[in-house]
Design a binder for this molecule. Structure first.
Ligand SMILES: Cc1cc2nc3c(=O)[nH]c(=O)nc-3n(C[C@H](O)[C@H](O)[C@H](O)COP(=O)(O)OP(=O)(O)OC[C@H]3O[C@@H](n4cnc5c(N)ncnc54)[C@H](O)[C@@H]3O)c2cc1C
Length: 418
């Protein structure tokens, strides 16, 4: 055996790194092992929104009808690449079965509580040395509407948010502009989610990587896990591209790849990669303060310390990294509104980056021990909420490893629920 650790965390995205932080804090020796280099992917390119506002599970009534309408529009935020893929077919079946009111009612309190607790933990992390400049701000979030349909969607969401006890306000156009006069997106009103926050994900990831290294966590890169040395019900070692690693406990935080990794251990995790894009414009003179969601086009606009990041799209095209230029166009149009000289005066349009959101069939993350494995924990499937839910996920995993009860009942998040 080349080396061994109390806890090996497979996957060094935001979920794996936050898990490493809490597990190391509890005194264990920890390695994070990643097939890549801790510098790209969903955890770096995301919109950086920390969002109690996203308290309704993605799998909800009406989503499929909307998705089918979008399929016909090449610039829409949603697309499925037609192909023969049994995993995708199974996933779509599970997803449509989860688009029920019951799933929504069960998911709302869970997603709300995970987000609120995670925001509290994000604040704690932000006070660590090295985290001073991650750009964490509590300026809330404005969901803008500009059509009857999106206004109804936002106001319906506002009613649900009221019922869930979230702090929100409904604004007309003038009130919205009074909140942030730099808004350039056409709109006739908004809903304001006061508890939402935002940060710069790349700065967060780099602060966390620095902190983990200085506290003795080994971050092993370019070491894809290609197999496992297993006993009857436990893993003894990870087989990696860089040799074998002995393990006491294993955390699978492999994001959108978790279905592939779990199949090697003989269990099924229904996670599909849902591609999202972002473009980031350097804009030191921008006065935009409050993050925006444009409900009509499902786009995000996040001001980040002298930059603005435009994000969006959710396409089920497998692990395809080709950029779909049609779907980038609405992002670029928004970027032009905020930076009119983009594409001229020597100011080029920045390149598009993409990441795979790990989407589950019911829109809830997966945190817990898979049956038949005594030393494995899955922490994956955070979909469009991984940046938000990473600290609380890491804390829950660390509690499970230390034999403490997590602060909430995590049975609804079990990997065995599918
Ligand atoms: C455009 C976009 C915008 C988003 N905006 C937001 C937002 O505003 N707020 C929010 O909360 N969330 C947002 N998200 C979602 C969020 O980014 C994801 O939920 C989160 O990054 C998932 O983190 P993860 O650690 O689970 O997965 P990843 O970051 O994908 O990390 C998984 C890691 O596992 C590694 N891996 C996989 N297989 C193996 C293997 N066999 N061996 C070794 N390593 C392996 C991969 O290399 C990867 O580094 C957005 C996502 C996108 C794409």
């Amino acid at each position: 055996m080349d080396r061994s650790y109390d806890v090996a965390i497979v996957g060094g995205g935001v979920i794996g790194l936050c898990t490493a932080y809490y597990v190391r804090k509890s005194g264990a020796s920890v390695a994070v092992i990643d097939k890549d280099t801790y510098s790209d992917g969903a955890s770096f390119v995301n919109a950086g929104l920390l969002v109690p506002s996203h308290f309704v599970p993605f799998a909800a009534p009406g989503v499929i009808a909307q998705g089918l309408k979008w399929l016909a529009d090449p610039e829409s935020p949603f697309y499925i690449k037609p192909r023969v893929d049994m995993e995708l077919t199974r996933w779509l079946w599970g997803f449509q079965s989860s688009c029920t009111q019951e799933n929504v009612d069960r998911g709302i309190p869970l997603l709300r509580d995970l987000a609120l607790e995670s925001l509290r933990l994000h604040d704690e992390l932000a006070s660590l040395p090295g985290f001073e400049k991650i750009g964490l701000v509590h300026d809330g979030l404005l969901m803008l509407h500009n059509s009857e349909k999106s206004e109804k969607a936002n106001l319906d969401l506002a009613d649900l948010a009221d019922a869930a006890g979230l702090d929100i306000e409904r604004f007309n156009e003038a009130e919205t502009l009074a909140m942030d006069p730099s808004i350039r997106t056409p709109m006739n009103g908004s809903v304001y989610f006061a508890q939402d926050a935002s940060l710069d994900p790349e700065l967060f990831m780099s602060a966390m990587i620095g902190h983990l290294r200085s506290s003795g966590v080994d971050l092993i890169e370019r070491a894809e896990i290609v197999g496992f040395d297993t006993g009857r019900d436990s893993i003894g070692a990870l087989k990696t591209a860089k040799g074998n690693i002995g393990v006491g406990q294993v955390v699978l935080s492999t994001g959108a790849w978790t279905g592939i990794v779990s199949r090697r251990l003989g269990f099924r995790i229904p996670v599909q990669p849902a591609t999202g894009y972002s473009i980031t414009v350097e804009h030191p003179e921008s006065k935009l303060r409050i993050p925006l969601i444009i409900t009509d086009q499902k786009l995000t606009i996040t001001p980040m310390l002298g930059r603005i990041r435009f994000g969006g799209t959710l396409t089920l095209v497998g692990f395809d990294t080709d950029i779909d230029e049609n779907r980038i166009r609405p992002l670029k149009r928004q970027a032009k509104l905020y930076c009119p000289d983009l594409g001229s005066n020597g100011r080029s349009v920045p390149s598009t980056r993409s990441g795979f959101r790990p989407c589950t069939t019911d829109g809830l993350p997966i945190i817990g021990r898979p049956k038949n494995w005594t030393n494995v924990i899955v922490a994956a499937g955070h979909g469009m909420l991984g940046m938000t839910q990473a600290p609380v996920t890491g804390k829950i995993v660390s509690d499970l490893l230390s034999g403490r009860n997590p602060y909430i009942d995590i049975r609804p998040l079990s990997p065995n629920r599918f």
